[in-house]
Design a protein around this ligand. Structure first.
Ligand SMILES: *Cc1c(COP(=O)(O)O)cnc(C)c1O
Length: 380
């Protein structure tokens, strides 16, 4: 089965006895036992059939055996970081999701070292991963990164990291498996905020880890059951329903991003555009190699007050989050990356003038018109 077919069929086998083509939503948190039953379903914190249907779909999308679903992307990220012990070291990208910065601070407090460097810079990346003097347990990267949309060469990172015996995790939230498959490029684990493109409708929170290692699966399931970060059946149903249209939505969202990028290029109020599809993007060649399309996020530096721009647009909602059917606009310095210290933010290149767009599935002409009108309006 090809990817688009798996989106619809994986984890959706007709239910024996009834023939349901939609996996039933299991809401029960406990299961009646009889002495002779094998102990497959016990308690909802550990097991739920709707959750398993979603997980088998997520694993199939990347051609591996396992996925664990979580209540949010943050819960999934925390689970991955729970694999680390005091004294171990992680090398991570410097331009990562705002909440990931906060999780790194939590593991640092547990005695884990987290060194953040620009992994999109091949020279810097190779130097830091090849440095035998420092231990290396995990490499954590986000590509494209948020909000600067830097692209890291996953295959190159995996080669260097595996030579050191380190686990490679890719936060694939911005690309989704429809555009990029990190496990097939050599990564060990993909992380998703399923809240974003996978569910796609801005109406459910969720997260997932996807991987092929049975020992890792055992550890992650045990951790999730202990700390209680497994999502309920209703939320899993919503994520799996969203998944069926992932490729269709993504195709339109990418088309909208390309239309907006083309229009922004001619606007004097826009000074720098970050989009991996632009031939001038610093890692354009890597993006062409490892992504099916350059994605649905665009960021740019604005010669004006981002707050006024966010007030002037009508179709783009000024809101955090991304990947949904509605187009959103945000200013990372004021919104998603506000908790990141200003110094750190400026050092990685997230200026106060940066604006990020997440394209929805609306008509591209309406979105372009809305944005251009707002950009050209005289400052109030
Ligand atoms: C949103 C997001 C997360 C966190 O996911 P939640 O579902 O909001 O907890 C992690 N990584 C990236 C890249 C994200 O965009």
């Amino acid at each position: 089965m090809r990817f688009d077919t798996r989106l619809v069929h994986a984890g959706a086998e007709p239910t024996p006895g009834t023939g349901d083509l939609v996996p039933p939503v299991h809401l029960s948190v406990t299961y009646e036992r009889s002495a002779q039953d094998p102990l497959r379903y016990f308690y909802g914190r550990g097991e739920n059939p709707t959750r398993e249907a979603l997980e088998s779909c997520l694993a199939a999308l990347e051609d591996v055996r396992f996925a664990t679903a979580y209540t949010s992307g943050q819960a999934a990220a925390e689970a991955a970081l729970s694999l680390l012990s005091p004294g171990q070291r992680v090398v991570a990208g410097d331009d990562v999701y705002g909440g990931t910065h906060a999780l790194f601070d939590l593991v640092r407090a547990r005695g884990v070292t987290v060194d953040q460097v620009d992994l999109a810079d091949p020279g810097r990346c190779q130097a830091v991963l090849a440095d035998d003097a420092a231990p290396l347990a995990m490499v954590w990267l986000e590509t494209p990164s948020n909000p600067l949309l830097k692209v890291t060469d996953v295959a190159a990172v995996a080669r260097h990291a595996h030579r050191r015996g380190a686990l490679v995790l890719v936060d694939n939230t911005l690309a989704s498996p429809a555009l990029q498959q990190p496990l097939s490029l050599g990564a060990d684990v993909t992380l998703y905020s399923t809240t974003k493109f996978l569910a796609g409708h801005l109406d459910v929170l969720g997260g997932a880890l996807v991987y092929d290692d049975p020992r890792l699966h055992e550890r992650l399931v045990a951790h999730r059951t202990t700390v209680g970060t497994a999502p309920g059946g209703a939320d899993c149903f919503l994520v799996q329903r969203g998944l069926k249209t992932l490729s269709l939505r993504m195709a339109r969202q990418v088309q909208n991003a390309q239309a907006v990028v083309a229009a922004l290029g001619a606007e004097p109020a826009v000074c720098a555009i970050h989009y991996p599809g632009l031939p001038g993007h610093p890692q354009h060649d890597v993006a062409v190699r490892q992504m099916r399309a350059p994605g649905a996020l665009v960021s740019f530096a604005y010669r004006g007050d981002p707050v006024q721009l966010m007030e002037r647009v009508r179709l783009f909602a000024a809101a955090v989050s991304l990947g949904g059917v509605r187009s959103l606009i945000e200013c990372p310095a004021l919104m998603t990356h506000r908790p990141v210290p200003r110094e750190t933010r400026l050092r990685v290149g997230v200026g106060d003038d940066l604006v990020r767009l997440s394209m929805g599935i609306e008509d591209p002409a309406d979105l372009v018109e809305d944005l251009i009108r707002a950009l050209r309006a005289r400052p109030a």
